[in-house]
Design a protein around this ligand. Structure first.
Ligand code: HEM
Length: 424
């Protein structure tokens, strides 16, 4: 079997000297599992724990006769705001969860041609006030259906299957991208480093990823704050194409960028004879291992917290690699289990002023709202910073202080419509 795979094992890197050889992790997920080489490869179908339930058995959505999602949301989430987490979980845990998602799953690109499954805005006073202030008739929320495997969806024997366009492995796609060309676009090709903004990679703790002045195709929808399509060059180059979606996610992106460069710098001090390529690959390998460790042993137990009998969740001990476990993401995980994290997303974050480390002051900063003084704004609102994460340039510098992510989910009042418009 393995000899038959010989021609494909191109990820083996053999240096000129032949002194040693090491293996590079494949970036597209293929051949990670040598028994099932395609398992975990990019654009694999999402798995199904239960059978598909299309209304026509093939591809038409079901659920038109089920309760309206707005009404479910209203019933489930209505209540006082300003409450801290019962279990002392923090926003750090929530937003770390978002970058775990972006490491293992991307099934949200719309299909081609686009298909809509719009959700009617129900006749409920609060909902109408919020979502239909101009009292339009039969208003609906546009809802795009997801891209799918075009060889499916033809018969009940072959129902439509959605795709994961990244690898489900914790294999560093978040930090390095899922293709070599992407990784090369964010590298400096010196010292094993990722390329820094204005080539200022030192001091590492103040550095930022290079400007995307090469039009790397990062996700870039018009920010809802002003509904204007903006130049993708304003973003920083990150492995995660969606890494600029909000300031908290971006903060993690910047943190992994800095961590890679720190690890590369440490390696280069010890192995003074190593070239850029070797330092880069070694640093990448270590950073991926660090990420895996944090996700599995620090974050996941906190996120799950309890096991099925109510006791504290404990990660089972690792026994050995089992090639018969499919690493793929299931529909149930994609749309419910992991998306549960959305119910914990805070409306925004308070920002700590780190100038005086002996104090715990909040930072005030300016966002570009005409007629408001800088002092009046001291929280990053998600609604204002969505696809607009580097507000005023300096904000990312503050958000990148991970300690700012201490805010408890729910501990900030939701803005009303006027406040949202005012940018507060
Ligand atoms: C600022 C916070 C967040 C924002 C603005 C956000 C926004 C979004 C958006 C717009 C989508 C795409 C929806 C779709 O078209 O299907 C999405 C998908 C998703 N989100 Fe979030 N999200 C956030 C945080 C989180 C967190 C904290 C988690 C879990 C811990 C999470 C889990 C997911 C999952 C599992 C998906 C499906 C991904 C996919 O299919 O590609 N999100 N999110």
């Amino acid at each position: 079997m393995f000899s038959a795979l010989g021609p494909f094992i191109c990820m083996k890197y053999i240096p000129d000297s032949q002194e040693e050889e090491y293996e590079l992790t494949p970036q597209d997920g293929w051949f990670n599992n040598l028994v099932h080489p395609d398992w975990g490869g990019i654009d694999g179908q999402l798995l199904r724990l239960s059978p598909a339930d299309y209304s026509d058995g093939v591809y038409e959505p079901s659920g038109r006769d089920r309760p309206n999602p707005f009404l479910i949301s209203e019933a489930a989430h209505q209540g006082p705001s300003g409450l801290g987490s019962l279990r002392n979980r923090t926003a750090m845990m929530v937003y770390f969860g978002q970058q775990v998602v972006e490491e293992v799953l991307d099934a949200q690109r719309p299909g081609c041609p686009r298909e809509y499954f719009n959700v009617p805005i129900p006749n409920h006073e609060d909902i109408q006030n919020r979502f239909n202030p101009d009292n339009k008739e039969n208003l609906e929320m546009p809802f795009l259906r997801t891209r799918y495997d075009q060889t499916t969806g033809y018969s009940p024997n072959n129902p439509r299957q959605q795709l994961n366009e990244i690898t489900p492995y914790l294999d560093g796609g978040l930090t390095y991208g899922i293709a070599k060309a992407w990784t090369d676009a964010i590298r400096e090709f010196k010292g094993g480093r990722l390329k820094a903004l204005d080539d200022k990679h030192d001091p590492i703790e103040k550095s930022f990823p290079a400007q995307n002045d090469i039009r790397l195709p990062m996700a870039n929808p018009p920010p809802p704050r002003d509904h204007t399509l903006k130049n993708v060059n304003r973003f920083w180059r990150l492995g995660n194409p969606r890494g600029n979606e909000n300031p908290m996610l971006l903060a993690f992106g910047v943190m992994w960028f800095r961590w890679h460069n720190k690890v590369a710098s440490d390696i280069s001090k010890v192995h003074t004879d190593w070239d850029d390529e070797k330092i880069f690959n070694e640093a990448r390998k270590r950073v991926i291992a660090h990420h895996q460790k944090i996700v599995m042993y620090d974050w996941l137990p906190q996120y799950l917290m309890t096991n099925e009998t109510g006791g504290m969740f404990e990660m089972p001990a690792y026994k050995k690699y089992n090639p018969d476990i499919h690493p793929g993401i299931s529909q149930e995980f994609q749309s419910a289990a992991m998306r549960f994290g959305h119910t914990l997303v805070t409306p925004g974050l308070w920002v700590r002023d780190t100038a005086d480390k002996s104090k715990c002051n909040w930072k005030s900063f300016s966002i570009n709202v005409p007629g408001q003084s800088a002092e009046s704004v001291h929280a990053i609102r998600l609604c204002n910073s969505y696809w607009n994460p580097q507000i005023n340039g300096g904000l990312a510098d503050t958000t990148v202080q991970m300690k700012n992510l201490h805010t408890h989910p729910g501990s900030m009042n939701r803005p009303n419509r006027q406040q949202r418009q005012d940018g507060l």
